[in-house]
Design a binder for this molecule. Structure first.
Ligand code: AP5
Ligand code: MG
Length: 216
């Protein structure tokens, strides 16, 4: 199964993609996680992306397309759950090219829909694990032990781009502006499904699993 999750920042793409990828036994490939890892490691691509990520702007296509396509050409990536890339129609065309060369076309796109106000609230209470990238919400999806990752014991951190004014900016430039043409691209191919992203993590996971199952 080769599946893509799209949606606004804080929609729960990472939370749901991680679970789905685990269930399907395939890698979870998240552009944001790959970018933060490159920034943390101080690579050339990471340095090029850093100021954009800090401001909540889209990182340049050359950087994002390169980072994601490098990951997609690794041997374990014949099936995957992709999260956060593409987010513009131009990026979708670039991804189509990469996957056509690998003969691994995208099979399903799930659009997680969540209203803006809920997103600002979610991201204000988000913590994430800098090691494994797992996201928590201090009220709705907290770690078992305060501020420590359940999976690897790392100290949880806040993302600098989760400040409310940066979140509003991310919503405007990375979601509301580009989402229409991106969704139309996949609608025309008949592989787009929308899923209501409001509800508990479990409720949303059940909806996502159900539509993913129908496509298999
Ligand atoms: P990225 O890391 O992808 O950020 P994003 O798209 O803004 O999405 P988030 O990771 O913030 O949210 P999410 O949907 O994964 O939600 P999560 O599961 O964590 O990208 C970061 C930056 O990199 C971008 O700003 C940009 O600069 C750059 N970038 C990345 N991709 C790019 C691209 N393609 N092109 C150009 N630049 C790119 O959940 C959020 C919170 O809500 C958590 O606290 C979680 O616990 C909680 N939560 C989840 N589900 C629920 C629920 N059902 N109810 C209540 N709380 C919930
Ligand atoms: Mg994420």
């Amino acid at each position: 199964m080769r599946l893509l999750l799209v949606g606004p920042p804080g929609a729960g793409k990472g939370t749901q993609a991680r679970r789905l990828a685990e269930e399907m036994g395939v890698p979870h490939i998240a552009s944001g996680d790959l970018l933060r890892a490159a920034i943390g490691a101080g690579t050339k691509l990471g340095l090029e992306a850093k100021s954009y990520v800090d401001r909540g702007d889209l990182a340049p296509d050359v950087v994002v397309v390169r980072i994601v396509s490098d990951r997609l050409t690794e041997p374990d990536a014949s099936a995957f759950v992709l999260d956060g890339f593409p987010r513009t129609k131009e990026q979708a065309l670039a991804l189509d090219n990469v996957l056509a060369k690998l003969d691994l076309p995208l099979e399903q796109v799930i659009h997680l829909e969540v209203p803006d106000d809920e997103i600002v609230e979610r991201l204000a209470a988000r913590r994430y694990c800098p090691e494994c990238h797992r996201a928590y919400h201090m009220l709705h999806d907290p770690p078992r032990s305060d501020e420590v990752c359940d999976d690897d014991g790392s100290k949880l951190a806040r993302r600098p781009d989760d400040e409310p004014h940066t979140v509003r900016h991310r919503l405007a430039v990375q979601y509301h502006e580009p989402i229409g043409p991106l969704l139309n691209h996949y609608k025309d191919r008949g592989i787009l499904v929308s899923v209501e992203g409001v509800g508990t993590v479990e409720e949303v996971a059940e909806r996502v699993a159900k539509v993913a199952e129908e496509f298999r």
